[in-house]
Design a binder for this molecule. Structure first.
Ligand SMILES: [Zn+2]
Length: 453
């Protein structure tokens, strides 16, 4: 049973959808392109005004890059605290000629709002702000404490997020972090994501002679750097796709029984999933399911290889150098530092002089147990807001800086995408279903209500 105060907040939200749309449109009409530093300050000002209007007290957090906005409502002494995270910066709208309406003029067509940044991430974090506003207008107070942090650099890789969070640990203290971003996998199922894989990216360089050579004069005499990279690769991964680097799997944690059960309960079909990319079977090992691979297994992926001649026709050349990029997706408790040491040692031992460099942008994996007691509250809120039981995804296959919450702050972190798969994040004609805006606002209202109980 939904309690009376929650019901009042829901009723208020339903009666004031036009106000929500108007305020969301104000945010959307303000470009905030972090990569080009267009309108970011102006959008930060609008966000702060919106938070103040909703009833938050706000401040800017000291940060080297674009403004980080913090808001809080802490009037529920002794009650739990949510920390909402969102980002108000957006991707550049290019290519402009593919947009059916102006990218920064929010336009409703077919029950969807079209605008750059509407799905990623303005409408999603707006849902939390609106929820607080409806609660306070309907009831005068919240039954739990709410903090919110809005970042302006997510679309350029959140380069300062960890520094800012680490410098404000006390201010950001909470019981859990709740983020609504990205789309669910299948619009029929609301979704809670409990973790992400980490990332380590490296580049390898093989060199031979001091210039490209005539293959007739020097073939069989001078070393071939492409061959050297291929030989090294053979020592790194076997025909069952097992990574052969010493100790690569040492820190891999077995998924908990709850995580395994959640994975098995996912309503996605492997055959259908790989059919979507034109395949009928996966690479070995045969015994691992699609979900198990992307959630609980680390990978070593060859992202690209360059060297020699690959233009039209034939050029009989023996290249002087070749290079290769490798990305590795990491799972708990692997760390980029640990795996970097291991791959570096491997290349030193087997690489015959091949050099290896680590690229910026590595990320720790992150993990919140699906059995966490707060997860039941989140599930109940999502079920009430979306009218369907959510699925629990133990880990996303991709990487996000989620470890700032789970490791730097030491909190459980729930990623609850309010968006749908067809919303075209980062693409022309990005859009967001009106229905999901209202469902998202009501989910956040239920979350606040349930947490207060
Ligand atoms: Zn994005």
């Amino acid at each position: 049973m939904t309690n009376l105060a929650t019901q009042a907040a829901i009723k208020h939200a339903r009666a004031h959808r036009d106000d929500d749309l108007r305020d969301l449109f104000t945010l959307l009409s303000q470009p905030s392109i972090s990569a080009q530093n267009i309108g970011v300050q102006e959008c930060a000002n609008l966000e702060e005004a919106l938070l103040n209007d909703a009833g938050f007290s706000t401040r800017r957090l000291d940060a080297p890059g674009h403004p980080v906005i913090y808001g809080e409502w802490l009037g529920a002494a002794g009650k739990p605290t949510i920390l909402f995270y969102g980002h108000y910066d957006v991707q550049p709208p290019d290519p402009l000629d593919l947009w059916q309406s102006d990218p920064f003029t929010p336009t409703i067509r077919d029950e969807r709002i079209y605008c750059r940044g509407v799905a990623d991430n303005k409408a999603q974090h707006f849902s939390h702000i609106a929820a607080v506003r409806h609660w306070l207008r309907a009831n005068g107070s919240l039954p739990c404490n709410v903090k919110i942090m809005l970042e302006g650099e997510e679309e350029v890789g959140s380069p300062h997020l960890d520094t800012v969070v680490a410098a404000h640990k006390d201010l950001l203290a909470a019981d859990f972090v709740y983020t609504s971003d990205g789309p669910v996998t299948d619009a029929r199922y609301p979704e809670i994501v409990f973790g992400v894989r980490g990332l380590l990216y490296v580049e390898l360089f093989a060199t031979g002679a001091n210039r490209d050579l005539h293959s007739g004069h020097w073939g069989g005499v001078a070393p071939n750097p492409i061959l050297a990279l291929s030989r090294l690769l053979q020592t790194m991964i076997d025909d069952q796709n097992r990574v052969l680097i010493d100790g690569f799997y040492d820190s891999v944690r077995q998924p908990t029984p709850g995580a395994k059960a959640a994975m098995d309960a996912l309503p996605f079909d492997t055959v259908q999933t790989i059919g979507g990319i034109g395949l009928t079977e996966m690479v070995p090992p045969a015994e691992r399911s699609y979900a198990e691979r992307v959630m609980f297994q680390p990978t070593l992926n060859i992202a690209g290889i360059t060297g020699g001649y690959s233009g039209p026709g034939s050029k009989t050349v023996l290249p002087a150098k070749a290079s290769m990029k490798i990305d590795m997706r990491l799972v708990p408790d692997q760390t980029p530092d640990e795996i970097w040491e291991k791959i570096r040692a491997h290349v030193e031992k087997h690489g015959n002089g091949i050099e290896i460099n680590r690229l910026d942008g590595g990320m720790l994996p992150s993990f919140t147990p699906v059995e966490h007691p707060l997860a039941d509250i989140v599930r109940a809120a999502v079920a009430a807001g979306f009218g369907a039981k959510p699925i629990s995804v133990p880990s996303a296959g991709g990487s996000l800086p989620d470890s700032v919450w789970t490791q730097t702050l030491g909190l459980p972190s729930f990623l609850v995408p309010y968006g749908a798969p067809e919303q075209a994040n980062h693409s022309p004609n990005e859009s967001y279903r009106l229905e999901r805006l209202y469902q998202g606002i009501e989910t956040s209202i239920h979350l606040i209500g349930l947490l207060g109980e």
